[in-house]
Write a protein that binds this ligand. Structure first.
Ligand SMILES: [Fe+2]
Length: 341
């Protein structure tokens, strides 16, 4: 009997492990037919309970048992270029659709736009109608499947972007970065049953369902979201390029392998020059950062000069090389630290 009880508890515990779901499908805020006549109930049902549900289920499967179970959705998206296509597509699919359901509402349930967002739109686009035209152009010209976005950029401005498939502007694979506050799904699954190939008609109708009150809340939240600063730094491509070569030469050196540094010291110096000549993100574009970047460039030149110099004593040369790359690594982290201030 005791064995049977133990077996029962084992199976009971295992069922939790097997069924552990990091992400869950959010419910739709309104009844399926509440979006009629602009989006039909059957499209809403299939879109939500089949397509979105599949993204959630596939994402959970893809990250199951990996370190990705413990990291945030923002981190999954931000470093999408390092993830598998399955994680990238399904994390994007889950994030994008969750936002889509939030910003859609039947006319009677919509909240008005706030004066803050309205002012920002008028300042940048002269009117809400002009912005809608730009978003519709982005959506209409997206070849194949994808999304049109209104985002808050790292500079705190509004911008209209479009991405393919289930990508979005939080991802590092997107050239244009920002926090989405409004997204229009232009996959055929979003409109085909009612509109068939007439994407333009769907794009004309969707504005009847946009809840500008929710978009306004998202605008205010995005302006204060620490993710905005992360995106700004992540957009500084020259520092990412330098970091890559630094990591691939310094870390082997820490394990007494100076070969990568010897063969790539010229590349490291070239990346340091490019970094010094690049434009840092606005919040890090100051004298302290520029001064540290000058020191970094000089240190990398020192390293490259030493590598090229014939040595009487190889052991002493290696020790000096390690000292110099360690100092370059310290200066690099000093730059990163200044950017975080
Ligand atoms: Fe969709």
């Amino acid at each position: 009997m005791k064995k049977i009880v133990n077996l029962f508890f084992l199976l009971f515990s295992l069922s939790f492990i097997v069924n552990a779901q990091v992400y869950t499908l959010p419910g739709l805020p309104f009844a399926l037919d509440a979006y009629e006549p602009f989006i039909d109930a059957q499209t809403m049902e299939i879109h939500h309970s089949k397509h979105h549900a599949a993204y959630v289920s596939n994402l959970n499967k893809a990250i199951s048992g990996s370190a990705m179970e413990k990291i945030s959705m923002n981190d999954l998206l931000m470093y999408a270029s390092f993830r598998s296509a399955t994680v990238r597509n399904n994390a994007g699919g889950h994030y994008n659709h969750s936002l889509f359901w939030e910003i859609l509402a039947p006319t009677t349930a919509q909240k008005p736009i706030t004066s803050e967002l309205q002012t920002a739109i008028i300042n940048q686009y002269s009117s809400l109608d002009s912005l809608k035209i730009l978003l519709n152009q982005a959506a209409a010209t997206r070849f194949g499947s994808g999304w049109a976005w209104l985002v808050v950029t790292p500079e705190g401005k509004l911008a209209v972007y479009s991405t393919a498939n289930q990508d979005n502007p939080i991802m590092d694979i997107s050239k244009e970065r920002g926090i989405p506050i409004l997204g229009i799904d232009v996959w055929e699954h979003a409109y085909y049953l009612k509109y068939q190939n007439k994407r333009g008609d769907y794009l004309g109708a969707i504005w009847n369902l946009i809840n500008w009150g929710v978009v306004s809340d998202k605008y205010a939240a995005a302006l204060n979201d620490p993710l905005l600063k992360e995106l700004e730094k992540d957009n500084w491509l020259a520092i990412k390029e330098f970091h890559k070569v630094m990591a691939q030469t310094f870390h082997p050196a820490e394990e007494n392998n100076l070969a990568p540094l010897r063969t790539r010291s010229g590349e490291l110096y070239a990346k340091a020059i490019l970094l010094k000549n690049s434009t840092p993100p606005a919040s890090a574009n100051n004298d302290k950062v520029q001064e540290a970047l000058s020191r970094l460039e000089k240190q990398c030149l020192d390293i490259h000069t030493l590598v090229q110099k014939p040595a009487k004593n190889e052991v002493a040369k290696d020790a000096l090389l390690f000292e110099k790359i360690t100092k370059a690594h310290d200066i690099f982290h000093e730059v990163e630290g200044l950017c975080h201030d």
